[in-house]
Design a protein. Structure first.
Length: 189
């Protein structure tokens, strides 16, 4: 059971029941100020920014985001080794201090990366690219024959627990990233 937006990077269609418990609502994109690097922390950002922002200057948070950028014929300048905002910060610290950043993100993104850029005195522009809202697109699937549940973000954890009271014993749970896993662990304790 895949709860995120798009399972095609990780799964074949016949392997997955796709039940997106979140929906992304795009926001108007203001023209970016000139920047050295675009910080892509979500694979979804690629589609929202295509044709509106220079994506040839991207630092991507991980392989899924890089994959969607490559589908547009663009190679990321840097792919973070650790696929979190903390990993993005590690990569930024290797760059010249005079670097400037365009940071499109979910309106629900953790504040860590923006706070780091501000604290270190970088020139940057944060843009809330989309809102993440919970949804129930159709009747939730029965969990009786599910072998694994894939949580792709903290929002998918919230969406799952808005529909189900618990994960039945014997079902494997997988997470895209430690922040998502931490959110899940808070829900089950």
């Amino acid at each position: 059971l895949y709860l995120g937006i798009d399972p095609t990077f990780s799964y074949k269609k016949e392997e997955v029941i796709h039940y997106p418990v979140i929906k992304l609502i795009p926001k108007p994109i203001e023209t970016p100020r000139p920047f050295s690097y675009c910080l892509l922390t979500s694979k979804n950002s690629v589609g929202f920014l295509k044709g509106k922002v220079d994506l040839t200057k991207c630092i991507t948070i991980g392989p899924a985001t890089s994959h969607f950028l490559r589908k547009e014929g663009i190679e990321p300048l840097i792919e973070c080794k650790v696929h979190t905002q903390e990993g993005m910060i590690e990569e930024i610290q290797k760059l010249p201090q005079e670097s400037s950043f365009y940071y499109p993100r979910s309106s629900r993104a953790r504040p860590l990366l923006a706070s780091f850029l501000q604290e270190k005195g970088y020139a940057f522009q944060v843009v809330d690219l989309y809102d993440t809202v919970l949804q129930k697109p159709f009747a939730p699937p029965s969990l009786e024959e599910i072998k694994e549940i894939v949580f792709t973000s903290p929002s998918t954890v919230e969406g799952f627990f808005a529909l189900y009271t618990k994960v039945p014993k014997g079902i494997k749970v997988s997470f895209q990233g430690p922040v998502t896993e931490k959110k899940y662990n808070v829900h089950i304790t």
